[in-house]
Design a protein around this ligand. Structure first.
Ligand SMILES: NC(=O)C1=CN([C@@H]2O[C@H](COP(=O)(O)OP(=O)(O)OC[C@H]3O[C@@H](n4cnc5c(N)ncnc54)[C@H](OP(=O)(O)O)[C@@H]3O)[C@@H](O)[C@H]2O)C=CC1
Ligand SMILES: O=C(O)[C@@H]1CCC=N1
Length: 266
């Protein structure tokens, strides 16, 4: 099986590296393509896989094609590859919002998996949700699942609306966590901590909290209650968040991402 990754950016490279690292695919069977010549030259020197700037040279050899370009690049990309891609090739799109129908129409093919990864894929802790067109066979789906799992975990969802919803939770979600981290680090620095100490205080707090959560059946709400003593410091902080409607604002933000994913598909 030969795999081609189109787009050597954050997500394309994360996938390419994970596929090769997993040994599910030898580096001889992984091709990567990017329009940026400078980036491609750099990649050639540091990576073990074949790098192409001209898709005509690598596309015909691929059984599975990951598309990891930005949604606004698809007109150019589809225009370039529509005449070269064939019915037996399977496309896995990592693009937010872009629907299966758009990809089928744009490329004149039928076998499409629409996936929504997230950035922790770069460290093997990603979460990729996916759904497929009816033309993708069970065997192909199982191969796809194995490929996606090289970057972490995957979840198969029933509908494309579910993929848009998961974009609002797990796809964009790492940025919400970083938002929280940045705010806590800014507060720490304002309190007089050095950059280094602010980072340690915040990162170890996140890591510890996530590990506690993962190693138990308790809900985050129950863990909050374990940290907060009656009349204590944590209660003061949580009351401040509740008074400022932070819970609702976070929900609104997740819905804003969901809505934007739906909008991108139109
Ligand atoms: N980043 C994230 O956390 C997540 C991203 N995604 C999705 O992944 C996709 C990629 O995002 P991301 O990796 O962040 O984007 P990047 O901009 O980092 O990477 C995209 C790469 O594709 C290149 N490119 C553009 N057009 C072509 C083309 N026709 N052929 C080959 N390469 C091309 C770009 O080159 P150039 O820079 O020269 O334009 C760039 O290097 C997006 O659709 C996004 O929705 C999904 C979930 C999470
Ligand atoms: O912001 C975006 O559009 C992409 C999709 C999810 C994360 N990044």
């Amino acid at each position: 099986m030969k795999v081609l990754v189109i787009g050597a950016g954050n997500m394309g490279l994360a996938y390419a590296k994970a596929l090769v690292k997993s040994e599910l695919l030898s580096s001889d069977n992984l091709m990567i393509s990017d329009t940026d010549e400078e980036k491609s030259k750099q990649l050639e020197t540091i990576s073990r896989f074949d790098v192409y700037t001209d898709l005509a040279e690598c596309l015909p050899a691929a059984d599975i094609i990951f598309i990891a370009v930005k949604p606004y690049h698809i007109d150019d990309l589809f225009g370039n590859i529509k005449s070269k891609i064939t019915e037996d090739q399977l496309v896995i799109s990592l693009m937010a919002g872009v629907t299966i129908q758009t990809i089928q129409d744009g490329l004149g093919i039928s076998k499409v998996v629409r996936a929504m990864p997230n950035l922790p894929a770069q460290v093997g802790k990603g979460l990729t949700s996916f759904t497929a067109s009816e033309t993708v066979s069970r065997l192909e789906l199982s191969t796809v699942e194995n490929l996606l799992n090289t970057t972490g975990k995957s979840v198969r969802l029933d509908t494309e609306n579910d993929i848009d919803a998961s974009t609002g939770i797990s796809g964009s979600g790492p940025a919400y966590v970083f938002y929280f981290m940045q705010s806590m680090m800014d507060a720490a620095k304002k309190m007089g901590f050095s950059d280094h100490d602010s980072k340690v205080l915040v990162s170890q707090t996140f890591e510890g909290a996530v590990e506690l959560f993962n190693k138990s059946d308790l809900s985050p709400q129950s863990w909050m209650n374990r940290v907060a003593s009656k009349g204590g410091t944590t209660r003061a902080a949580l009351d401040s968040m509740d008074d400022n409607n932070v819970r609702q604002l976070i929900e609104d933000a997740a819905y804003a991402a969901f809505d934007r994913a739906v909008e991108l598909g139109k």
